[in-house]
Design a protein around this ligand. Structure first.
Ligand SMILES: [Zn+2]
Length: 91
């Protein structure tokens, strides 16, 4: 799918349609010492440590892409989740 670099879209902060920049959201790096990560590591320890079946191969052939819109006037960022695409081109 092809997307334009800028588009006019409703901004919840300006409360009207403004020009937004379009980008792709990327997940940040996981912290190793986060509470959930430490708990998970503790759960996996020892004999029979795996709590749920490990995913060997996924059924899906695509990944969900989250778009991030940035308002050019107030810099407010909004996201649009959940588009399954093989490939996204921003031009
Ligand atoms: Zn705005």
């Amino acid at each position: 799918m092809k997307m334009q670099k800028e588009m006019k879209k409703y901004c919840p902060k300006c409360k009207k349609h403004e020009i937004h920049g379009v980008g792709i959201y990327k997940k940040g790096k996981d912290r190793k010492a986060a509470e959930g990560a430490r708990r998970h590591a503790e759960d996996k320890k020892g004999y029979g440590g795996q709590k749920f079946p490990e995913l060997k191969r996924t059924a899906k052939t695509t990944k969900k892409i989250t778009l991030r819109y940035t308002c050019k006037t107030c810099k407010r960022q909004t996201m649009k989740e959940g588009m399954r695409l093989r490939k996204l081109e921003i031009q």
